[in-house]
Every structure is written in C-alpha cells, then in structure tokens.
Design a protein around this ligand. Structure first.
Ligand code: ADE
Length: 293
C-alpha cells in the first residue's frame, strides 16, 4: 500500500517510524511518505492560510498549495503528467490537475463520518491513500470538491470533539489500517477475536501470575476447557458491551441477534435495548445497571 501524508508539521508524524508501522515500512508492506505542504507554496512567507470569506474566527487553509500537492501526488501515482500548475508559482484561477488521478483522499475533520473498524477495513483495501492534514479552521472546501471529481474523498472524524489539526487523527487511522494489512501482525488470529471484530467489545484478558495482589485470575480461564472458556468470553463480551456500549448491541443486525443467544443470567432485564434490531423471538434481556463499568 502506498501512503502519502501532507501536513505543515511533518515532525508530528515521527511516530510512524516506530514499532510495527516502522517495520511495515522497512519490509515494504507500506510505502509511506510525509510531505511538507509548504513545499507547494511559492511566496516568500510560504503562506498556507488566510482569513475566511464571510467573516468569523480563525484562518482557513488556502487552496493553491493543496491543489498543487494533490496534482503531484494523485496524478503522479496514476502515471499521468502532474496538473498544469505543479511546481509552478501561482495556480490562482487555473484548472490544474485534469489528468487521471489515483488513490483515495482522506481528510480528518470533526465534520467527517465517524471512524470505525469497518471503515478501517475499507481503507485497508485501497492501494493508495493520500491524507490531507488540515489545521486552523480547515481546508478551503474547493480543494475537496475539486478532488472529489477525480478520486474518492472521505472526511473522517475520530469523535465528537475538536483537535488542533488532522495529524493525530492520521496517526490513529493509520495504526488501525496498517495492522489489518497482510503480514503486519505476527498472529492474524488477533484480528478475529478483538473488540469490534463482531460488533462487540472484547472480553478481559489475563496472564501469569495466577494470583496478583490477592486478585485471582478467574478459575474458568485457567480450566483448560476451551468450550467453557469460549462461552465465558462470549458472556463477558456481551456484559461489557451492554454496560459500556449499549448502542453497539442495538446496532446489531437482526441476524446478528443470534449472537446474543445464551446471554448470561445476570445480564437480563433490559431487553428494550435490542428491540429495534431484533425480532421478538430473538430478544434477550440485558441489564447494564448490574454491570461493572
Ligand atoms: N481534526 C480536528 N478535530 C478532529 C476530529 N475530531 N477528528 C478528526 N480530525 C480532526
């Protein structure tokens, strides 16, 4: 997978050299390049922002450097000639970048669609991702509109809060995406059982010693009985999800309701949580109030 990240703070992306992502780069699973947006500025101050039309606080990122950056990164990858403004001063009113573009543009933004495991899988299937890290009050909308006529564009939000810019969001998104690529995780089974893989939160995990600070590991996970352990983990996943993320249970598709068959006795009492998603015959009782958070 090819990944390009455009930012005015390339140093922010330094963690992408570490750990398993660093290794994925070294082994060639991903070819990742971080670009300074100011490379595509041509004025003496290397300006990237300006005051917003219509008034209001803050600054908006000017379209010209973004347009030139995308001309080069998206058109280059498509094997076509960069747009007519690439590498040149100006690009004031021109219609740069009319050749074929490749890849998918990802723009982190609090106004984007929520980032989920399903979206991480979708991005992991792409061969080329280009991330545009906005700062200030965001990027001039015309950059996204222009790109959207040439390539898929997805604005993604990490959650309902506002960050200074898109860099941290890119770190999060890429960590979720790159670990899904073949050859990155030593044990691909980790992907099957983890939280969100089946719409539920993962059960708690334990390791040695069997007792720590007078807290024993639950007997059942030390029993060696894999059938019982699997059922216990399923129960714990349901209990946790009911307590912490009832929205996930409610969102299970009707055929996903089969997964809640065998709900632990202590979790009964809030079947209304599942009513929107499940036929009456498949409803099961959940009591978040009884669960530890
Ligand atoms: N940039 C600023 N806030 C953001 C958020 N919540 N998610 C993604 N990118 C952002």
């Amino acid at each position: 997978m090819k990944i390009d990240i455009v930012t005015i703070f390339p140093e922010y992306l330094a963690p992408l050299e570490l750990s398993l992502i660093g290794k994925a780069r070294t082994t060639g699973v991903v070819q990742l390049d971080v670009h300074d947006l100011r490379r595509w500025t041509h004025d003496v101050h290397r300006t990237v922002d300006d005051t917003p039309y219509g008034g209001g606080p803050g600054m908006v990122m000017r379209p010209e450097p973004w347009g030139l950056a995308l001309d080069e990164l998206a058109a280059d990858a498509a094997g076509g000639a960069p747009g007519d403004g690439a590498g040149q001063a100006g690009d004031g009113a021109g219609s740069a970048g009319d050749g074929a573009w490749s890849g998918r543009l990802v723009v982190p933004s609090p106004a984007g669609v929520p980032f989920t495991q399903a979206l991480a899988h979708e991005l992991a299937d792409e061969s080329h991702l280009i991330f545009a890290c906005g700062r200030y009050e965001g990027i001039d909308q015309r950059v996204l509109d222009h790109a959207a006529a040439r390539m898929p564009v997805t604005e993604i939000s990490l959650g309902d809060y506002v960050l200074f810019g898109g860099e941290v969001a890119v770190l999060v998104i890429l960590e979720a995406v790159i670990r899904l690529l073949p050859g990155v995780l030593g044990n691909a089974d980790s992907l099957v059982e983890e939280s969100h893989a089946d719409g539920l939160l993962e059960a708690p995990g334990y390791t040695k010693p069997p007792t720590w600070r007078e807290l024993p590991v639950p007997e059942i996970v030390r029993s060696g009985d894999h059938g019982r352990i699997a059922r216990w983990r399923r129960d714990q996943a349901l209990l946790r999800t009911a307590a912490r993320r009832p929205d996930l249970l409610a969102a299970l598709a009707p055929d996903g309701c089969g997964k809640v068959v065998g709900l632990p006795r202590e979790a009964r009492g809030a079947h209304q949580l599942l009513e929107p998603a499940c036929p009456r015959s498949q409803r099961h009782a959940l009591s978040p109030r009884k669960q530890q958070r």
